[in-house]
Design a binder for this molecule. Structure first.
Ligand code: HEC
Ligand code: HEC
Ligand code: HEC
Ligand code: HEC
Length: 376
């Protein structure tokens, strides 16, 4: 292709052109990319939520892609304003045979709630999911477990909204309805069961940890953190600030290293449930120091008490009501809830949508809802 003299000269004067070529090419490429970024803007824009004093690194960064995307289940949320009673309307308890919880509602509000339960919990099956394939006159029967469970769930939801106002309305009115957990599914996502030993071949330390399970957030930390803290009221905390503590893990009440690891397992679960990092609540220079925390730490503290109550007072007692296929795979225990059952990976469930505004019936245990805040 080239004249012979050139090939000859080229052979006699070998030069490394690759090094300089890559250097020049790389530099030009970088200039082009930099030019594009300046011209088109940052390709992965984000923002960060500052949670502490400037310069301490206390911030929760997030890509706009995630931050601005709406939670897809918001669009499917069914809601309908109540019929504000004027007095004299027939009440559900007089019209029907077996209304134990919602008896003081007017008939139209009662049926409005029944519609919502179907949309929130059983959109495919409808009324039949709790009442069976029978005539409306027979809806008073309690022979399906789903109806018995649902009655308990109504009382649980009322009690969460009333008793844990400081959590579920921490920043502004948000509240919870059946949809907060169920999202149109019979069985809510992100429920949990007791896990017990994860390793049958050993006893002791490794039998509850060192296996990547979803319950340990796929770490080597213990798999029984939810059970210990959100069911059995265990003390959340690291072993001690001393470098070495006298005593043995076999002593009752001895704060062991495994307690520390279990605390970290719980904290990983919490952070993942809310889609945040640790400095959303803590100053990471002193995780133990209650004087250096953010307001969200307090909201979580209430949340821990709330979840313990949801599990122990409402969900665990339903164990004998469920059919066997709903019970846990290892211990046949009742399905339980925790942070992620409501939060689903978001800082606030359904990104802080006020779900309770139209449903004063679910906001109080008193039986007589307050319709005064309802605007028509
Ligand atoms: C998720 C479960 C669930 C779904 C779905 C459901 N209901 Fe109910 N229904 C209940 C519960 C629980 C009660 C009892 C409430 C109480 O004791 O206060 C009840 C009671 C009733 C009663 C009173 C029956 C009587 O005589 O005592 C009627 C009527 C009724 N529902 C109609 C409906 C209709 C219509 C639909 C569908 C639009 C429906 N329900 C969907 C759970 C459900
Ligand atoms: C705090 C979360 C939470 C809320 C709020 C909640 N539920 Fe549930 N619900 C659960 C859990 C956990 C289960 C157990 C799942 C299972 O059955 O395997 C459950 C189960 C049920 C079941 C049985 C479903 C089945 O197929 O086994 C029904 C029916 C039900 N809920 C109705 C309701 C209704 C109606 C409301 C609102 C009044 C409600 N739930 C509110 C968490 C919740
Ligand atoms: C949503 C708020 C929140 C987030 C996020 C969070 N924590 Fe916590 N953390 C708390 C609360 C509240 C407590 C105290 C619980 C109690 O004592 O009942 C706590 C306790 C702790 C403790 C025990 C401190 C002691 O007193 O010994 C450690 C360690 C800890 N968290 C580490 C972490 C780590 C690591 C992360 C990130 C993976 C994290 N936390 C994420 C709220 C949070
Ligand atoms: C029954 C449903 C439910 C459960 C279970 C639940 N939360 Fe919440 N949580 C909410 C609601 C609703 C809000 C929104 C309150 C608001 O913004 O006004 C909230 C808000 C919060 C906030 C405040 C967020 C902010 O932006 O200020 C934190 C922190 C939090 N939850 C942590 C937790 C932790 C940790 C758990 C588990 C121990 C938990 N939650 C369990 C319903 C729940």
């Amino acid at each position: 292709m080239f004249p012979t003299w050139f090939d000859k000269w080229n052979r006699e004067n070998p030069t490394d052109i690759w090094g300089p070529a890559f250097l020049v090419g790389g530099a030009m490429g970088a200039v082009v990319v930099a030019g594009l970024i300046i011209a088109w803007g940052q390709p992965l824009p984000g923002d960060s939520l500052q949670t502490g004093p400037r310069g301490t690194g206390m911030s929760v960064p997030e890509f706009d892609r995630d931050r601005l995307a709406p939670d897809p289940s918001i669009a499917d949320f069914y809601t309908e304003a109540p019929y504000v009673p004027e007095g004299g309307e027939p009440l559900a308890r007089d019209v029907y045979q077996n209304v134990q919880v919602l008896g003081d509602l007017t008939e139209d509000n009662f049926l409005r709630l029944m519609n919502a339960f179907s949309a929130w919990v059983a959109p495919d099956e409808g009324c039949a999911y709790c009442h069976g394939d029978v005539d409306l006159e027979e809806y008073g029967q309690d022979n399906l477990y789903t109806k018995v469970v649902a009655r308990n769930m109504i009382q649980m939801t009322q009690s969460i909204n009333e008793g844990w106002d400081g959590h579920v309305n921490a920043n502004k009115q948000v509240g919870v309805t059946c949809y907060t957990c169920h999202r149109g599914e019979n069985v809510p996502s992100d429920i949990w069961f007791r896990m017990g030993p994860v390793n049958e071949a050993t006893a002791g330390w490794s039998s509850i940890q060192n296996r990547a399970t979803s319950m340990s957030q796929f770490t080597s930390l213990p798999s029984d953190a939810l059970e210990t803290y959100l069911l059995n009221y265990g003390r959340i905390g690291v072993h001690d600030l001393e470098s070495r503590v006298a005593g043995s893990p076999a002593d009752a009440g001895f704060p062991s290293i495994q307690d520390t690891e279990r605390t970290y397992a719980l904290m990983n679960y919490v952070a993942n449930s809310l889609g945040v990092n640790c400095v959303f609540c803590h100053n990471s220079r002193a995780f133990y120091d209650g004087a250096e925390v953010t307001p969200q730490w307090g909201t979580e503290s209430l949340g821990i008490g709330m979840v313990q109550e949801i599990n122990n007072d409402w969900l665990v007692p339903l164990r004998d009501t469920y059919p066997p296929e709903r019970l846990g795979p290892v211990h046949a225990d009742a399905p339980k809830a925790a942070c992620k059952t409501c939060h689903k990976g978001y800082q606030q469930p359904m990104q802080g949508l006020n779900v309770i505004a139209d449903w004063p019936e679910l906001a109080t245990t008193s039986g007589t809802p307050d319709y005064s805040g309802v605007t028509e």
